[in-house]
Design a protein around this ligand. Structure first.
Ligand SMILES: [Zn+2]
Length: 271
């Protein structure tokens, strides 16, 4: 189930080649689900108030928030969503971090005890770089708790299993073969998606492989300036094709920012 932490408005043509000037309201999803082995799991955390109004924000983070102007959806902030599910932030046992961009890590501090499933090598590179060098990668280190490294479960050390519909291999996050971390490089360092392999129709949460489902069609991926933001344009194109092939083979796909309603969305977010 996916909650929508915020809306961000941008013209369609920025994210779909040949798109219109119309403003679309993009979502900023994060996943919440109960895994029989791992317990209550989040997939990323979405945007939170640390990005939009944290009083101790750095100047670059203030500028970033001003530029993108994310509008937080209060009812879908993690504490509220967990409350609706009869749980609290303290019940979250694990958070899967698909990458370290601000809209995926902003609420990490709400979960000081959760295990973090992520790429240890990417976090090590972030920790070794200067704040300025991280900004060039779209990463605000002030959003990452100090003890993050010690809480990491390195997905690169986990056993891999084949994902359905010829998606390739994925790291088996919880040892039950049902939640596979599948590499989708290009958008950000170490970016990966999550394949829910045990569903009747397997779902690939492809996170930021594209912003909009329409951009998965051949020739529809956006050009400049969106492609400039990507960490590796060629890898991004290959990941886009991989996601599109999964859909062609009968899988379902969900993107973090796609503006349309999805059957995987938690109901009740204001339009
Ligand atoms: Zn991202």
């Amino acid at each position: 189930m996916f909650a929508n932490s915020a809306f961000v408005s941008a013209p369609e043509r920025l994210v779909v080649r040949g798109g219109s000037r119309h403003l679309l309201r993009f979502k900023v999803r994060y996943g919440v689900y109960q895994n029989p082995t791992a317990g209550l799991v989040l997939i990323d955390t979405g945007y939170g108030s640390r990005v939009t109004e944290g009083p101790d924000r750095s100047l670059p983070l203030r500028l970033y928030a001003r530029l993108l102007r994310p509008k937080l959806v209060e009812e879908h902030q993690p504490a509220r969503v967990l409350d609706r599910l009869g749980a609290s932030t303290a019940d979250v046992a694990a958070i899967v971090l698909t990458h370290f961009h601000a809209d995926h890590v902003a609420a990490l501090r709400l979960f000081p005890k959760a295990k973090i499933y992520a790429r240890a090598a990417v976090l090590a590179r972030i920790r070794a770089r200067s704040r300025f060098a991280n900004l060039r990668h779209g990463i605000f280190d002030e959003l990452l708790p100090q003890d993050l490294t010690s809480r990491i479960v390195d997905i690169d050390q986990l056993p891999v299993r084949p994902a359905p519909h010829e998606l390739g291999e994925g790291a088996d996050l919880f040892g039950d073969g049902e939640t596979l971390a599948v590499d989708l490089p290009g958008h950000a360092e170490g970016h990966f998606g999550i394949c829910f392999a045990g569903l009747p129709v397997p779902l690939l949460y492809a996170v930021d492989a594209q912003w909009c489902a329409a951009a998965l069609a051949p020739g529809k991926a956006p050009g400049l300036p969106a492609s400039l933001i990507a960490s590796d344009r060629r890898a991004l194109a290959a990941s886009t094709r991989r996601v599109a092939a999964f859909v062609e083979n009968g899988g379902d796909v969900l993107l973090c920012h796609d503006p349309s309603e999805s059957p995987y969305d938690l109901p009740g977010a204001p339009e």
